[in-house]
Design a protein around this ligand. Sequence first.
Ligand code: ZN
Length: 221
Amino acid sequence: GRVYVNGTPIGPTGPVHQAGGKYFVSETLIPKIRSAMTVSLTPSFPHTDPAVTTPKYGRIVVIDPGHGGRDPGAISYSGYHEKEVVLNIARRVAAYLRQDGVRVIMTRDSDVYIELDERANIANRAGADLFVSIHADSHNDRSHQGFSIYVARSASWASKTTARNIESALVQTGVQNKGIRNADFRVLVNTTCPAVLVECGYLSNPGESAKLYDNRHQDRL
Ligand code: ZN
């Protein structure tokens, strides 16, 4: 491995270990890393703007409404398509994030089909800080209801933390919590940034599918 600080090579570096999406180098490099770092005492943004002082400002979040185009996703009890429900929810999420100064990229903002690998590539190319795929669930047994959150089996600490944060927020909507699960979905495995997939509820459940199509409920989600 090679270590650079602001473009200055630090070396010899010795072994570099990767764990949980982070790289670890030898402690003996600390003095060399310190000496290559420069500290700016001038804030780059005026501190009067509240949007600027939140750590969310300027972060890139990719919102991925599942399915689209020729792929309707799950079809609800009353005939709604998952692709429409999740696009509506995703647009609301995007609007709220943008209000907070987050840069949002939607993998799709219309009824188009996008390959799974391309969805992950959009996040990778953008250097995204977070990837959130939004879906709605379905089950042959209509009594199933509630939200679930998925991370990859080898998910990073950041992905798991994000999943827990989204879980505690969604609990407040009153939707039943089916918990955090592991699944190696392509969009979770092929993204290089923290990635989670949220199933917002069951379209196959009559009560929940009606709620999922309700504007106010979509907004709360
Ligand atoms: Zn789906």
